[in-house]
Ligand binder design. Structure first.
Ligand code: PAF
Length: 284
């Protein structure tokens, strides 16, 4: 596996792969890899000849009071995991390598970046769109794989690629879960034992909603909020139900595919989870 800390090195590696006739599957990450990330690598390997990963904790997607400094990091372990997965090359830039002095060009998808999580994390999705478009420009992948857990991020990246005609196929991969249902996240290690024991309630609330269809969007939100509120460690940030494609807010009876989006803090650790519900299909 080629470890490429500079743009020049990863460009050389990807150019060599393309020259050898190989298609490239990109998996962008912020490191501290877990099994969910490794599933994304395997999905990329099924969809392209060579997998290229990136590890970069992107400062522009963290707000001033967010956990940039506390975001967990372990590059040596990450590299060993990627090597074992047969990843061809990994891009590991520093912020200074990624952003040249004075860089202020940004990419934004305003219809999706200011709503839902974007409304409570101003600038976050502009930071994501900008770094992901830079990663696409640097590595020029044929396909790129992202987790469905970050549902709004995936919708925004799909729209960015569509609106800007970026020649890459975006694949979403189902959320990987721990045995007790907690969605895998690099942030889970920051939960205290009590918070970790309580955190699977997000998935439990989503399962309950999926299995017991209700008459309206408002009824889902009320029922899930009540379910979560029974856990004293849950600090509910948002419970939203939206159109599963354009993320527009839904009200009244559900007549089309909807996504429930949860954001819940345990202390200073923000967890998100989601579930798509299809009226008429989901009741098992
Ligand atoms: O989902 C993440 O880990 C990040 O938002 C991403 C896509 C790697 C961009 O920094």
């Amino acid at each position: 596996m080629q470890i490429c800390p500079s743009k020049l090195r990863i460009r050389q590696e990807t150019a060599q792969l393309r020259a050898a006739g190989k298609t490239i599957g990109l998996v962008p990450t912020m490191g501290f890899l877990h099994d969910g990330h490794l599933q994304l690598m395997r999905r990329a390997a099924q969809s392209a000849d060579a997998v290229v990963a990136t590890i970069f904790v992107n400062p522009t997607q963290f707000g001033p009071n967010e956990d940039l400094d506390r975001y967990p990091r372990d590059l040596d372990r990450d590299l060993a995991l990627l090597r074992a997965e047969g990843v061809a090359a990994v891009f590991t830039p520093t912020p200074e390598e990624m952003y040249l002095p004075g860089a202020d060009a940004v990419v934004d998808v305003p219809s999706l970046s200011g709503i839902l999580q974007g409304a409570v994390r101003p600038g976050h999705f502009q930071g994501v769109a900008t770094v992901v478009s830079k990663l696409f420009n640097i590595t020029q992948p044929d396909v790129a794989v992202f987790g469905e857990k970050d549902y709004q991020q995936l919708a925004l990246i799909r729209k960015m690629v569509r609106d800007l005609d970026i020649p890459v196929r975006i694949l979403g991969h189902p959320t990987a879960r721990e045995a007790d249902g907690l969605a895998m996240s690099s942030r889970n290690v920051r939960l205290s034992p009590a918070q970790r024991a309580a955190a699977p309630i997000l998935n439990a609330a989503l399962i309950q909603a999926q299995q017991h269809p209700l008459s309206s969007a408002e009824a889902y939100v009320a029922q899930i909020s009540q379910y979560l509120a029974e856990e004293p460690l849950c600090d509910i940030k948002s419970v939203e139900i939206c159109d599963s494609e354009d993320l527009s807010p839904l009200s009244g009876p559900l007549r089309r595919s909807a996504v429930i989006l949860l954001a819940v803090a345990f202390g200073d650790v923000l967890l998100i989870d989601q579930r798509v519900i299809d009226p008429g299909k989901d009741s098992s």
